[in-house]
Design a protein around this ligand. Structure first.
Ligand code: ADP
Ligand code: MG
Length: 245
């Protein structure tokens, strides 16, 4: 249904041993919404992302994607990982495959596309992120910014319902950050549902519908970027913004 949240987290709890890394997480992300997650290092941002495509299991609570509970295993899990695209700080491309092969592999294996369809679509996506001229190269022959844009194209090739970005520009040289952020802004404007963990407050201000601030495994506050940056309510958020702005 159109008004079902694309992602819903209800009472989510996660422990690593004695560490309570996600505490009572309640989060709805609407279709087409762009949510930026910020907070100090160790607050649980990556873990939160990873639970949504089940790279981490949860101890209690419920997560749904497009109204469906997360599958535990098998084909349904592979389908979930295709529906929930994830882009990491380290680009995680297959080093021994060309850029084009990196983008076509998933659609052929998981989505069952023919090689020629997958290649045509991959070239379209590589063009969209501005790296189509690099299609026959190996990842190591590309700059970091180009590799990250290939990683984005690779996720998009699976036609995801939602895209998760976990500090996608943190490993990049400064001059390459903008080209990746521009690609993400373009996606956001195209209506993609996105959850983005980032320290790029410029991106949060321009592209986010909502900022979620986490500390110590909890969502401490959330608001529109304008409200959050101009009038943070909690001491934790004030303290955090004081350090980064
Ligand atoms: P953030 O992304 O906000 O920096 P993380 O979600 O990566 O935070 O980590 C939250 C806390 O959980 C940190 O204290 C981290 O050390 C711990 N942690 C993360 N992954 C694991 C793991 N696989 N095993 C044990 N502890 C972990
Ligand atoms: Mg992290």
């Amino acid at each position: 249904m159109a008004d079902t949240p694309m992602v819903a987290m209800r009472g989510v709890q996660k422990h690593f041993g004695s560490l309570h890394v996600l505490q009572d997480i309640e989060l709805d992300v609407a279709r087409g919404e762009v949510v930026v997650v910020i907070g100090p290092s160790g607050s649980g941002k990556s873990t939160l992302c990873r639970t949504i495509n089940r790279l981490e299991t949860i101890d209690a609570g419920e997560i749904t994607v497009d109204g469906e509970p997360l599958p535990a295993e098998g084909k349904a899990l592979a389908q979930l990982r295709a529906d929930v695209g994830m882009v990491f700080q380290s680009f995680n491309l297959f080093a021994h495959k060309t850029v084009l092969e990196n983008v076509t592999l998933g659609p052929i294996k998981v989505r069952g596309q023919s090689k020629s369809d997958a290649e045509a679509r991959a070239m379209e996506l590589l063009r969209r992120v501005g790296v189509d001229s690099q299609a026959q190269k190996l990842p190591a022959q590309l700059s970091g910014g180009q590799q990250q844009r290939v990683a984005i194209a690779r996720s998009l090739a699976m036609e995801p319902k939602v895209m998760l970005f976990d500090e996608p520009t943190s490993a990049l040289d400064p001059e390459m950050i903008k080209e990746v952020l521009d690609t993400m802004v373009d996606l956001a404007q195209g209506g993609m549902t996105m959850i983005v963990v980032t320290h790029e407050m410029g991106f949060a201000r321009t592209a986010a519908d909502r900022v979620v601030f986490m500390a110590d495994g909890r969502i401490v506050e959330q608001n529109t970027p304008h409200e959050f940056f101009s009038a943070p309510r909690s001491d934790r958020a004030k303290d955090f913004l004081g350090k980064i702005l």
